[in-house]
Design a protein around this ligand. Structure first.
Ligand SMILES: [Zn+2]
Length: 409
């Protein structure tokens, strides 16, 4: 039997970047959006005949997509817990992943892209067929990321076996992930402002690796900071640049021209700035890194480079779910309109994850996956902390959630 319901949204954001609309009647049938209708005052009075959910004092927006997370790890700042989670058994990781997916859902995040873990537990979790997953969050996983021998990346992946190129390793990967993650630079220095690290792979090797992934149907996300590692990843045909600190304007212009997504993860530096001891050099450098990244985001906005919103959740002080609100605030501080920032966190993310036929935009024919948040859009980035409703494919999914504030482990 067909299941239909109607919902009146006081304010409505559709995820395309278009202006916010008022008094929109959303009709849902069998989990999909049947129609959207902007109402005039007279129309609303006439609605008495059909039953509808009255969210006229709320804002409705698409479910969010976090384009960069690490599901096996929490954002805890306790050094012992951080250390311990790197040695998790699979059973411990399984519990952590389930909990983190719930935390995402409770903050309105309905899809995430994982950037890798050293044991490949996120991929194992997915292959274990915990289906439907405990939370109805779509997740795309890289499994173990790839890094060059002796270079940064051991905590989230592995290097190719001796005697094998990166492309051969990807071609021979026995168990398929959803996408490939390659680390092509070091971490951002917290000791020396703007310090560059050399690329991890040669241009030809990177290009062959990305092509090998594509032959198996996998897109590639590349961790890259600094001008050369980013330029090389763009030359090689990557699908997204992760972090991209200090990449420079010419790389941002190429990102625009190539229509590659950039996931700036600016909140990572904000978290360091907030969490590190206030008397050390690192807190000062993290603040300057953040300011520099904000300038890069402003420039990307000005020239029309496409961005996604990713948080690196699982890193220090970066809690699953809650962090997307921090990143959205930074986008708005850098000059994005609220609609523009939400577009990066919904339709852009959905497109990068290959989910744009299902979610990310609110329009007839797509899934009824949306959030209901109390109040007007002006308070959205505060009230998003506690959505009134999270609907996934027309089903309200938020009632059975644990306390959304329970984000410490
Ligand atoms: Zn990451």
């Amino acid at each position: 039997m067909e299941k239909t319901f109607h919902l009146l949204a006081g304010h409505f954001i559709d995820g395309t970047g278009c202006s916010i609309k008022k008094q929109v009647l959303l009709s849902v049938r069998d989990g999909s959006i049947l129609s959207l209708e902007e109402l005039r005052p007279g129309d609303i009075e006439g609605l008495g005949k059909i039953p509808f959910l009255d969210f006229s004092d709320c804002t409705v927006l698409p479910g969010l997509v976090d384009a960069h997370v690490h599901l096996t790890m929490s954002g805890t700042v306790d050094p012992r817990l951080r250390e311990h989670q790197l040695d998790f058994s699979y059973e411990e990781a399984e519990q952590a992943i389930s909990k983190h997916l719930f935390q995402h859902l409770s903050h309105g995040v309905v899809a995430v892209r994982d950037g890798g873990d050293a044991s490949g537990y996120s991929l194992r979790y997915k292959l274990a067929g915990t289906s439907p997953s405990p939370a109805p969050v779509r997740y795309r996983v890289a499994g173990k990321a790839w890094h060059a021998p002796g270079r940064y990346g051991r905590l989230i992946g592995r290097s190719p076996e001796k005697g094998r190129t990166l492309a051969e390793s990807i071609t021979q990967e026995p168990v398929g992930p959803d996408h490939i993650k390659i680390v092509n630079s070091g971490l951002n220095s917290l000791k020396q402002f703007g310090k560059m690290t050399p690329p991890q792979f040669g241009s030809a090797e990177l290009k062959a690796a990305i092509a090998a992934g594509l032959r198996r149907g996998w897109k590639t996300m590349v961790h890259a900071n600094g001008d050369l590692p980013v330029a090389q990843a763009l030359d090689a045909g990557c699908h997204s640049i992760e972090h991209g600190f200090f990449m420079g304007r010419s790389n941002l212009e190429r990102i625009r021209d190539l229509r590659v997504y950039w996931t700036p993860t600016a909140c990572t530096m904000k978290a360091y700035w907030e969490q590190l001891p206030s008397d050390g050099v690192e807190v000062d450098i993290s603040r300057r890194n953040l300011d520099h990244q904000m300038e890069q985001i402003s420039y990307a906005l000005r020239i029309g480079a496409p961005l996604t919103v990713g948080t690196d959740s699982g890193g220090l002080g970066l809690h699953h779910g809650a962090s997307i609100i921090e990143e959205l605030k930074l986008f708005v501080s850098a000059g994005f309109s609220l609609e523009g920032a939400i577009q990066c966190a919904s339709s852009n993310g959905a497109q990068l994850l290959g989910l744009d036929k299902t979610l990310g935009t609110l329009r007839p024919g797509l899934g009824a996956t949306f959030l209901v948040v109390k109040g007007a859009p002006s308070s959205l980035l505060t009230t998003l902390q506690h959505p009134v409703g999270v609907y996934v494919d027309g089903v309200p999914s938020v009632e059975n959630l644990p306390d959304p504030c329970d984000c410490t482990v």
